[in-house]
Ligand binder design. Structure first.
Ligand code: ADP
Ligand code: 5GP
Length: 214
């Protein structure tokens, strides 16, 4: 059977600090063919973040121009900044049969689920084991100012309240365990009928062989 495959849009959402970026990095190490959708944002870079790898850091005018030119697959205003997923690299990757990983909030996930790409979307929400642990993780990341951390904690319930719109929900307690569950989910979603356009031709061939043999 020809190994034709359609790319999957894999969406990871969670309240800030629950572990999306960490797990996204582990997933791209698990399968280097997985393309990470590098979002554009108007937020300033954190220490250690690289432009073009973690985000495309742009100003407000550049972001608005991308939106009005139809270059964004989805976009949202989160924690006082604009964030969006550029459409071009995603369409290119999935057209070539590559899966694309998104680290985006519930608004972006909802926009993609309501788009023409809905059938090829796998959405996963990560919950923290507790609110205390969420705060500990945000503080231990030590990359945001205390007032930024307080703002993110304040908004965490808003994000958590959208947990039930996702295909899968995982409590990210033990990192290895969550990674294992994520790789199982992705492996299964890749085998969905809709992700395997080559099946039609294969079944037609089986039918032909069947009719010839009877
Ligand atoms: P997000 O991208 O969702 O904002 P991060 O991936 O940056 O979150 O994780 C926040 C912090 O929590 C990081 O310091 C990360 O190393 C840590 N972390 C992530 N998952 C776990 C886990 N399962 N157990 C303990 N610490 C974790
Ligand atoms: P951070 O500033 O911590 O990197 O991200 C803040 C929030 O914005 C996270 O919930 C993250 O998932 C979300 N986010 C990052 N990129 C995008 C994007 O392109 N679109 C949307 N809708 N949300 C994004």
């Amino acid at each position: 059977m020809p190994d034709t495959r359609r790319g999957l849009l894999i969406i990871l959402s969670s309240p800030s600090g629950a572990g999306k970026s960490t797990l996204a990095q582990r997933l791209t190490a698990w399968d280097p063919t997985l393309a990470f959708s590098v979002s554009a944002t108007t937020r300033p870079p954190r220490p250690g973040e690289t432009d073009g790898r973690d985000y495309r850091f742009v100003d407000d005018a550049a972001f608005k121009a991308m939106v009005s030119d139809g270059e964004m697959l989805e976009h949202a205003h989160v924690f006082g900044n604009f964030y969006g997923s550029p459409r071009g690299p995603v369409e290119q990757a999935i057209g070539a049969g590559k899966d694309v990983l998104f680290d985006i909030d519930w608004q972006g996930a909802q926009q993609i689920r309501n788009s023409a790409l809905a059938a090829h979307t796998l959405s996963i929400f990560l919950l923290p084991p507790s609110i205390h642990e969420l705060r500990r993780r945000l503080e231990s990341r030590a990359k945001d100012a205390p007032e930024t951390i307080a703002g993110r904690m304040q908004k965490s319930w808003d994000e958590i309240s959208h947990w039930d719109g996702y295909d899968y929900v995982l409590v990210n307690e033990d990192l290895h365990d969550t990674e294992d569950r994520l790789t199982s989910i992705i492996t299964a979603a890749r085998l969905r009928r809709v992700q395997q356009p080559g099946l039609n031709a294969h079944v037609r061939r089986l039918q032909q062989e069947f009719e010839e043999s009877t």
